[in-house]
Design a protein around this ligand. Structure first.
Ligand code: NAD
Length: 430
């Protein structure tokens, strides 16, 4: 099939590369000239395991092309996926200006029947606005169908998730569009759920808000564990063995971040309010999450008294492991809290150093590895759960630190082992 993806970010680029890998002809459009230039030279603008290989292979076999020209993409495709960003505005609502701009550009370039698919995460009723925009701005009297096909991939395993999803949700208004969407995904083995457009839009917001709620729930339990001296890791294990609950998303820690959960939660809360429903539960979920970030700072203060003038070594900057993405990263937020309190901050991350330099500038010292972060620091703080932080030489780290304090914001390390090594160790909820 002839597919156009608009937006070549984490979702759009992965979607384009995977569809090409499945045998479709894909034109990937982005208005960021630098990004498209890089991609044409087969250089990746983002780090995502397995992505480069797919892009290189499919560009070489002629199934994947990159362009900044949206018209070229629209005219040469039957199905158009909108995968542009929907960032949060000050008030929490989603900024849908890119979605609208793309809808207008599609309208102006449509020359035959097209299926226009919302892949970006958007509030319920966006489909209606996209449809209206297409009707208002189309130049030729051609028909089209709107589809909502939310994406559930996770950064860090995006390619794998796209090719092996837990489900494919397709919100449609016509049998014709449903048939085409089934064909697009024919080679992927996963349950397909066909709904109306609004239900599909809601499935995405409801799912992400539920996941965020699960994390805040276990973080609240972690706080109770700390009050009574219980271990939240064990509590989560005990809860997770119940199939109705499940173990995933029950890892207590310094909070959730990233480009999905916080913004989708805020946007869902906002749209519910607009529709006349005060979804108070989601407010508490956010409150608990903010509290977890402050907890890390409080733990340092509990062990070291004043933070001002202390050297704090930070391991992890990306919002989660296996990605270089630092958007709404809890690590960056906590570093800012530490800087506000006058700490001298040294940092290391396996992938996210470059992107962090753009937001933290010269305010922190960038180190080449965890050992140089530890050298002379008053405390070592783990803020992202990278696997490699589990297997460091902690004996060596203890010698390098000025004070053997480790705050493990992701409960990565074995508490008893760390104590045996002579660390003052603080996890979350244990
Ligand atoms: P991103 O910022 O990485 O990519 C968006 C891309 O769209 C950018 O490259 C940008 O240049 C491009 N763009 C913006 N306006 C454009 C325009 N008018 N014309 C052409 N290109 C334009 O964002 P992302 O992480 O890929 O997220 C995209 C959407 O998918 C968001 O709605 C997000 O909530 C959703 N989503 C993201 C994830 C994730 O893990 N990142 C997962 C599921 C859903």
């Amino acid at each position: 099939m002839r597919i156009c993806t608009i937006g070549a970010g984490y979702v759009g680029l992965v979607t384009a590369a995977c569809f090409a890998e499945l045998g479709h002809y894909v034109i990937s459009v982005d208005n960021d000239e630098k990004k498209i230039k890089m991609l044409k030279k087969l250089r990746m603008p983002i780090y995502e395991p397995g992505l480069e290989e797919l892009v290189v292979r499919n560009v070489k076999n002629g199934r994947l092309k990159f362009t900044t020209d949206i018209g070229e993409g629209v005219r040469n495709s039957d199905i158009i996926f909108i995968a542009v960003g929907t960032p949060p505005k000050e008030d929490g609502s989603a900024d849908l200006s890119s979605v609208e701009a793309v809808a207008r550009a599609i309208a102006e370039n449509m020359d035959s029947y097209k299926v226009i698919v919302e892949k970006s995460t958007v509030p319920v009723e966006t489909g209606e606005w996209v449809k209206r925009t297409l009707q208002l701005y189309r130049k030729k009297d051609v028909s089209f169908d709107i589809v909502s096909n939310p994406e559930f991939l996770r950064e860090g395993s995006a390619v794998e998730d796209f090719l092996h999803p837990s489900r494919i949700v397709i919100g449609v208004e016509s049998k014709r569009a449903e048939k085409i969407m089934r064909e697009v995904y024919a080679k992927i083995k996963a349950p397909i759920l066909v709904t109306d457009i609004k239900s599909a839009e809601l499935i995405k917001h409801a799912s992400n808000s539920f996941l965020a709620t699960k994390i805040s729930y276990i973080n609240a339990i972690a706080n109770i564990c700390e009050l009574v001296g219980a271990d939240v890791v064990k509590v989560a294990e005990g809860m997770g063995l119940d199939k109705r609950i499940g173990r995933e998303f029950l890892d207590a820690g310094c909070g959730f971040g990233g480009f999905c959960l916080p913004k989708d939660l805020a946007s869902f809360k906002w749209i519910c309010n607009k529709l006349g429903y005060n979804f108070k539960l989601l407010e508490v979920v956010e409150e608990i999450n903010e509290g977890q970030k402050r907890k890390v700072v409080e733990k340092i203060e509990k062990l070291l008294w004043n933070i001002s003038g202390k050297v704090i070594g930070v391991l992890g900057l990306s919002f989660k492991p296996n990605t270089d993405d630092i958007r709404f990263s809890v690590a960056i937020d906590i570093i800012r809290l530490l800087l506000e309190k006058g700490a001298i901050v040294k940092v290391y991350d396996p992938r996210a150093m470059e992107k962090s330099k753009a937001v933290l500038g010269k305010k922190v010292k960038y180190c080449k590895d965890p050992y140089s972060v530890s050298k002379g620091s008053d405390a070592l703080v783990i803020l992202t759960g990278w696997e490699e932080f589990k297997n460091l030489d902690y004996k060596r780290i203890k010698k390098l630190l000025r004070v053997p304090v480790v705050i493990d914001g992701r409960n990565l390390l074995d508490k008893e082992e760390m104590k045996k090594l002579g660390f003052m160790y603080e996890g979350i909820g244990r």
